[in-house]
Ligand binder design. Structure first.
Ligand code: UDX
Length: 439
C-alpha cells in the first residue's frame, strides 16, 4: 500500500513514521522545502521521544520518502492523509485555508480513485467542503465522473507519547461514507489491530465532532480540578487527597485529574475556542466551555498571584527562577504554555528571571528573546533567587538536592505549579512551600 501524508508537523510526521514502520510506503509532503531538505538529511523539526529513530530507520529502508510536491506523487498513492495545520482565526475558529489548498491540488491533478482522509482537527462539516472543493476542480477539468472518497480520521496522540499513542491507541476513530473507503481504512489499520485496539466507524460529522468533544472533555476535567484546588486552598482541604478520593470511583476514573497552573499546548486551548466558535456561529451558547476557558486563564496567573501575596506586593527588583518552560514534560513545545504568562507578568512587575528547561530553551528564546537569563542547568537557574517556580514537571526536577538548593537560593521559597513535591518534606528541608490546592 502507498500513501501520502500532507503536512509534516507532529501529527503528519508521527503518522508517516508509524505507518512506514508497519511496512506501508509513505510519502511525507510539505510545502516548506527547508523542512523537507532537513528531513532528508535526518534533521527532525520537532522533539518527540522515539521519532527520530523511527524516521531515520524507515527513511534508510526506503519506505519513508519526503517531497514538496503532492502533484507528482498523487497518482501513485491509494490514500492521501491531510495533516496540515488549522491555526485559529481571529475569532477562534479553525482556519481551513491549508486544508482546502490540499483539496484543490488533489482535484486539479487526480486521474484515478483515491481516498482523501482528513487527520487535522477540523470543524464539523469540513469533509463536505473537502469533497465539494475536489469535485469542483474535477468538474473544471471535465472529469466529473472520477470516483473518490473522503473520510475523517482524527488523531488523539499526546505530545511526548505520540509514537506509543499511535502504535497502540485506545481507539481509532474513522468517519466514512462508503464501503470502499472502509475497506481501504481496514487494510491500512490492519497491522495495528493485532495490538488489541478498537476501530470505531462513524459517519463523518460524528468523527469530526468526537475529536473536539474528547479534547473539550479533558480540558473540562482539568479546569474543574483547578477550580476545586483553588477552593481547597481556601477551605484548608488537600486536593491531592480529593483527587484520589474521587478518582477511585470508576465512573470518574483516575486520569486527567491533576490540578496545576493551567493547560497549554497546541490542542486544548485552540480546540476549546474553536468549539465555542462553531456553536456561536450556529446560534448556540456553549456556556460550560466558556467557563472552562476562563478558569484556565485565571489558573495561568495563579503562581504569580501566590508570589505577590507572599511578598505583600514588594516584588520589583527581586530575582526568581523558573524550572520548566514547555507546556508539559517530554516536549519542547511552548505553545500556550503557562510559563509564558508567568514570565510576562513577572517582567511587567520588574522582576529578574532565570529560567531552565531540559529541552524547551530554544523554543522559548525564539518567542521572548533575551528578557530572561537562560541558565545552564537547574541549579544555575536558582542562583540568588527569592523564589523558585516549578512550572513543568520534568522528572529531573522531582528529587533535587535540597541542601544544595538552600545554599544557592537567596531566599528558600518554592512555588510548585504541578504539586510534585511533598510539602512536609520540603518544609523539613527548610523551605517555604506553596502549591496548588494543598499544603
Ligand atoms: C492533548 C490530548 O491529550 C490528545 O489526545 C490530543 O490529540 C491533543 O491534545 P497534548 O496537548 O499533547 O494532547 O497534551 P496532554 O498530555 O493532553 O496535556 C495537555 C495539557 O493539560 C498540558 O498543559 C498538561 O500539563 C495539562 N494537564 C493534563 C493538566 O493540567 N492536568 C492533567 O491532569 C492532565
Amino acid at each position: 500500500m502507498k500513501i501520502a501524508i500532507v503536512g509534516t508537523g507532529y501529527v503528519g510526521l508521527v503518522t508517516g513514521a508509524c505507518f512506514s514502520e508497519m511496512g506501508v510506503d509513505v510519502y511525507c509532503i510539505d510545502v516548506d522545502s527547508e523542512k523537507i531538505d532537513n528531513l532528508k538529511r535526518g534533521i527532525i523539526p520537532i522533539y518527540e521521544p522515539g521519532l527520530e529513530d523511527l524516521v531515520l530507520k524507515n527513511y534508510k529502508a526506503g519506505r519513508l520518502k519526503f517531497s514538496t510536491n503532492l502533484r507528482v506523487v498523487l497518482n501513485e498513492v491509494d490514500v492521501v492523509f491531510s495533516a496540515v495545520g488549522t491555526p485559529p482565526d481571529e475569532d477562534g475558529s479553525a482556519d481551513l485555508k491549508y486544508v482546502l489548498e490540499v483539496s484543490r491540488t488533489i482535484g486539479q491533478n487526480l486521474n484515478k480513485y483515491i481516498l482523501v482522509v482528513t487527520k487535522s482537527t477540523v470543524p464539523v462539516g469540513t469533509a463536505k467542503l473537502v469533497r465539494a472543493t475536489i469535485q469542483e476542480e474535477l468538474n473544471k477539468r471535465g472529469k466529473s465522473d472520477l470516483a473518490f472518497d473522503v473520510a475523517s480520521n482524527p488523531e488523539f496522540l499526546k505530545e511526548g507519547a505520540a509514537i506509543d499513542d499511535f502504535m497502540s491507541p485506545d481507539r481509532v476513530v474513522v468517519g466514512i461514507e462508503s464501503d470502499r473507503a472502509k475497506e481501504v481504512m481496514d487494510r491500512l489499520y490492519k497491522p495495528f489491530t493485532l495490538n488489541n485496539y478498537r476501530i470505531i466507524y462513524t459517519d463523518i460529522s460524528s468523527a469530526e465532532m468526537i475529536k473536539y468533544a474528547a479534547n473539550a472533555m479533558l480540558a473540562t476535567r482539568i479546569s474543574f480540578m483547578n477550580d476545586i484546588a483553588n477552593l481547597c486552598d481556601i477551605v484548608g482541604a488537600d486536593v491531592n487527597m480529593v483527587r484520589m478520593g474521587i478518582g477511585a470511583d470508576n465512573r470518574i476514573g483516575k486520569k486527567f485529574l491533576y490540578p496545576g497552573c493551567g493547560y497549554g499546548g497546541s490542542c486544548f486551548p485552540k480546540d476549546v475556542k474553536a468549539l465555542i466558535q462553531t456553536a456561536t456561529n450556529k446560534g448556540y451558547n456553549m456556556q460550560l466551555l466558556k467557563a472552562v476557558e476562563s478558569v484556565n486563564e485565571y489558573q495561568k496567573g495563579i503562581l504569580f498571584e501566590k508570589f505577590v501575596n507572599y511578598y505583600n506586593g514588594d516584588i520589583a527588583g527581586r530575582t526568581v527562577a523558573i524550572w520548566g518552560l514547555a507546556f508539559k514534560p517530554k516536549t519542547d513545545d511552548v505553545r500556550e504554555a503557562p510559563s509564558l504568562v508567568l514570565i510576562k507578568k513577572l517582567i511587567e512587575a520588574g522582576v529578574n528571571i532565570r529560567v531552565y528547561d531540559p529541552v524547551a530553551m530554544n523554543e522559548i528564546k525564539k518567542r521572548i528573546g533575551d528578557v530572561v537569563i537562560y541558565a545552564k542547568d537547574m541549579y544555575d537557574a536558582i542562583i540568588d533567587s527569592d523564589a523558585l517556580f516549578l512550572v513543568t514537571e520534568w522528572n529531573e526536577f522531582r528529587l533535587p538536592s535540597w541542601v544544595a538548593m538552600k545554599k544557592i537560593m537567596k531566599y528558600p521559597l518554592i512555588i510548585d505549579g504541578r504539586n510534585i513535591y511533598n510539602g512536609s518534606d520540603v518544609r523539613e528541608a527548610g523551605f517555604e512551600y506553596y502549591c496548588i490546592g494543598a499544603k
